[in-house]
Each structure stands twice: as C-alpha cells, then as structure tokens.
Ligand binder design. Structure first.
Ligand code: PEP
Length: 250
C-alpha cells in the first residue's frame, strides 16, 4: 500500500518572515496527520529556517532545485551536500518552469537524480506534456521519453525511493485541471513504463503524484484514483487551502 504524499511547491514566493508565519499555521493544523506524507518546498532563502521550525514535525521540507556537481565555480548554484547538511528531505527536479525558463534538460534531470540519491534526498521528478503535444496525441511518447531519460542508469533498488510528479504543463497555474480520468490514465501509463524498465513489483512501489491546478475542490476526486499517490501543489500551497488538500488525501 503506497502512502499518499502531498507536496507544496512555493516557487518564488514568501519572504523569510512570511514563510515562518505561514509554516507555523500549517504546523498547528497538520500536526496530527500521520497517514499522509506532507512536505513544503520554500525558496532557498527560507529553507534552513523552515526546516528548523519543523524540526520535530511530521511536515518535511524540500528544495525546488539542486545542481548536480559537488562543489566549485558554479555561481548561484546549490549542491546536494548543502541540502543534506541542513537535513532537507525532498528535492523537486525537472519542473516544467525550470525546463522552460532555465533550459533544464532530461540529461540534467538524470544527473540531478543520481546526485540526490547519493545524498539520500528523495527526488521528486516532474514530467509532463505541453498543450500542443497533448493535442497532437504525442503526450504518451513525450512523457515516456522523459521517464526513460530521467531513470537512465538508476539501479532498481533506488526506484521505490523516488517520487514522480505528472504535471501537464497546460494545467500548471492555469486553473485548468486535468480531469481525474486524464490524470489517472497518464499515471497508470507511467507506472507501466516503470514496469517495463524494471518490473511490476518495483513499479507498484513507486509513488506517482499529479500536479496542475490542484485545489481544495478537485483534490479528493483526483486523489481517489488508484494510480495517483498524491499531489504536487503550486498556487494553492501558498494558502491555508493546503490544509484542506492534505485532508482530502486521508
Ligand atoms: C506546480 O507548479 O508544480 C503546480 C502544480 O502549480 P499549480 O498548482 O499552481 O498549478
């Protein structure tokens, strides 16, 4: 039985003081929920303070990005070792905004994934098609290629510790959610791709989230689907609505 996992991606929002006061409200409301894994991903500036605020909490903390080199002359980048040093639990990689605005490639995603596994930080690997790919019916092959590339050279023993987030780009921040059936169809497809790369038992162990305009009205229907193990939440994770979304996963 896969435990559901709800992750809030705060993106480039919340100053340090805003992050702390918001996390205090979340902590109070979510402290008794142990049936669902919960995490928030603040900006780098707030990461350490949020982690300290949540030190003995059930709410875990993730980063929104990492660089795959260990150290050196990479101005502006953050290493997996630095994240591990402050006990970061998760790290989002391959988010469509990073692919689109910062030219992150499938090759980068694979190298980041390998580095995160080395430091025992759970990678949250984002995949998903854009609207023209869906309309031209190439969305399955696009997502398959993203998965195959991301998992290149990843040993089967690591697969169950990876989270995959299916995030159709046309649903991110648009208010247009994939229907629960569309989301389930792709998450099921992703599981089959993982099964063909490894085996069914391994595919059944990996958690696959849906992300794209999830809110407190649509979360329950999406999270009821058999192959959807949680949600990656952007906009609604910046509001107390996030509490209702987590409760929808119970
Ligand atoms: C995201 O950016 O990962 C996301 C799903 O955003 P939103 O929920 O705002 O669509």
């Amino acid at each position: 039985m896969r435990k559901k996992i709800i992750i809030g991606n705060w993106k480039m929002n919340n100053t340090l003081s805003e992050s702390i006061s918001f996390i205090q409200a979340l902590k109070k409301n979510l402290e008794n929920i142990l049936q669902v894994d919960i995490a928030v991903c603040p900006s780098y500036i707030s990461l350490n303070s949020v982690k300290e605020e949540l030190s003995s909490s059930n709410i875990k903390v993730g980063a929104q990005n990492v660089y795959f080199e260990d150290k050196g002359a990479y101005t502006g980048e953050i290493s997996a070792e630095m994240l591990k040093d402050i006990d970061i639990d998760y790290c989002i990689i391959g988010h469509s905004e990073r692919r689109q605005y910062f030219k992150e490639t499938d090759y980068d995603v694979n190298k980041k994934l390998i580095k995160l596994l080395e430091y025992e930080i759970t990678p949250v690997v984002c995949v998903g098609e854009n609207i023209s790919q869906r309309e031209s019916n190439t969305h399955f092959s696009i997502v398959k290629e993203q998965i195959v590339q991301a998992l290149n050279n990843i040993n089967s023993k690591h697969i169950s510790s990876i989270v995959i987030a299916y995030e159709p780009i046309w649903a991110i921040g648009t208010g247009i959610t994939a229907t629960a059936e569309q989301a389930e169809e792709m998450c099921n497809y992703i599981r089959n791709v993982v099964s063909s790369l490894y085996n069914k038992e391994i595919a059944d162990s990996i958690r696959i989230q849906y992300g794209g305009s999830v809110n407190s009205n649509n979360a329950r229907e999406i999270l009821m689907m058999p192959n959807i193990d949680g949600a990656l939440v952007g906009g609604a994770s910046l509001k107390e609505e996030f509490i209702d979304i987590v409760n929808s996963a119970i």
